[in-house]
Ligand binder design. Structure first.
Ligand SMILES: Nc1ncnc2c1ncn2[C@@H]1O[C@H](COP(=O)(O)OP(=O)(O)OP(=O)(O)O)[C@@H](O)[C@H]1O
Ligand SMILES: [Mg+2]
Length: 382
């Protein structure tokens, strides 16, 4: 009853968010003098309320029981609203003034219609239904054996029925941080034109009993619905903990049980592949490890690979880099691809910008290298 009351009040209220946004939408349509197309696809992010009283708890995000129902509800209330990337949309009925932000919209500037496909990205990332960044296998430097084996998964995602009982269902990516695990999964999804669900294992552990299990089944259900798809579970060690540790946290074992159940019931022709990623293979429970067909090792780049990675990213810098990349590669043994990009190139770029330099000089880059080496390596004085 209370909800209905609230709902009616809101509808008649003078603070009608939608009508203002509709008006502005129409204004912009007229101003441009062109017809704004209907949105084909809209990806929203759960934001929350614009403000709250000091000391009030922050809402923990939304719990969506049916994404389909949510999409229907969203279409209905925002029909006719002009949207572009970054636009905020406010709920009017269930949680008045709760905000969502437009992360992605196709075409770029359009109007919500009854045909718009609406997807929601939750803030916890628990069921992140994200379109893969356009990364290709070519950009993944090195990891040749991994890329070779990924071709099988690629073939399966393209033709799920071809494999029958021999379908690859789950693989594990193991390796040091920044070596390209997430990137490879994104490249795979991109090349297979598959959807990728990126999840952090720790986000699957819920606050309440039963949350974790529910999240896992919702995730697999979504993935099956939008197959071909990849479920990428990052930091798998957070839930895949060996059983001796699980007894400490009941909620973890609940997630493990649900995950094992889903892995077992994923059928051969579902077109869903699970990729688990971890930096700590020995910590993973053997029951979980056994469900994965193969463990792919991601090692640190070799000298030649470091050179190629530096070349790849140096080519994308907005200003020129005047340095011998091979020499930098020689001086960066032990660094990952991410380190090379972020700790060397990005850092050098930022210094050049701060100093007002039009190029990244060899001096800047060597300064960064020296600082890095003195930070990482302990100095022993006798
Ligand atoms: N082999 C590589 N080739 C090209 N770029 C790389 C490579 N390895 C890492 N990078 C760069 O580093 C970034 C981070 O890599 P990525 O996120 O895939 O690492 P990760 O193995 O998933 O790390 P973590 O274990 O911390 O999640 C990539 O987006 C890419 O820009
Ligand atoms: Mg990663």
């Amino acid at each position: 009853m209370e909800t209905i009351d609230k709902l009616t009040k809101r509808k008649d209220s003078t603070i009608e968010v939608s009508s203002t946004s509709k008006e502005s939408a129409q204004k912009s349509i007229r101003k441009r003098g062109v017809e704004v197309p209907s949105a084909r696809k809209l990806v929203l992010r759960d934001i929350g309320y614009p403000f709250r009283a000091k000391g009030d708890p922050k809402p923990m995000g939304l719990e969506i029981d049916s994404l389909e129902l949510f999409a229907d509800y969203a279409r209905e209330q925002w029909m006719g609203t002009y949207v572009q990337q970054g636009t905020y949309l406010f709920d009017r009925y269930i949680m008045p003034d709760y905000a969502f932000q437009v992360l992605e919209v196709e075409p770029e500037e359009s109007v919500v219609s009854k045909k718009t496909e609406i997807l929601l990205l939750s803030p916890s990332g628990a069921t992140s239904d994200v379109k893969a960044r356009p990364v290709t296998f070519e950009e993944v430097i090195g990891h040749e054996p991994v890329k070779q084996k990924c071709k099988i998964i690629l073939e399966y995602l393209r033709h799920p029925s071809k494999f029958g009982e021999w379908a690859p269902r789950a693989v594990l990516f193991h390796g040091l941080p920044g070596t390209g695990k997430t990137m490879t999964a994104q490249a795979l999804a991109n090349e297979a034109d598959a959807r990728i669900f990126l999840v952090k294992a720790s986000d699957l552990i819920g606050v309440h009993v039963g949350d974790g299990g529910r999240r896992i089944s919702a995730l697999f259900e979504d993935a099956r619905k939008s197959s071909p798809s990849i479920i990428f579970i990052d930091e798998l060690d957070a839930i895949g903990l060996a059983r001796s540790f699980q007894s400490i946290r009941g909620d973890v074992s609940e997630v493990v049980t649900a995950l094992l159940g889903e892995l077992d019931s994923t059928t051969e022709e579902s077109g869903v592949v699970v990729i688990g990623a971890t930096n700590a293979l020995p910590l993973i429970d053997s029951a979980i490890k056994n469900r994965f067909d193969t463990v792919f090792e991601f090692s640190l780049p070799t000298l030649e690979e470091r050179h190629s990675i530096l070349k790849l990213y140096a080519g994308r810098l907005p200003i020129n880099l005047e340095a011998d990349l091979y020499e930098i590669a020689r001086k960066t043994e032990g660094l990952s691809g991410r380190d090379l990009r972020d700790r060397i190139l990005k850092e050098s770029l930022h210094i050049a910008i701060t100093e007002g330099s039009a190029t990244i000089t060899s001096e800047i880059i060597h300064g960064v290298l020296d600082k890095l080496q003195s930070k990482d390596r302990p100095i022993y004085t006798i």
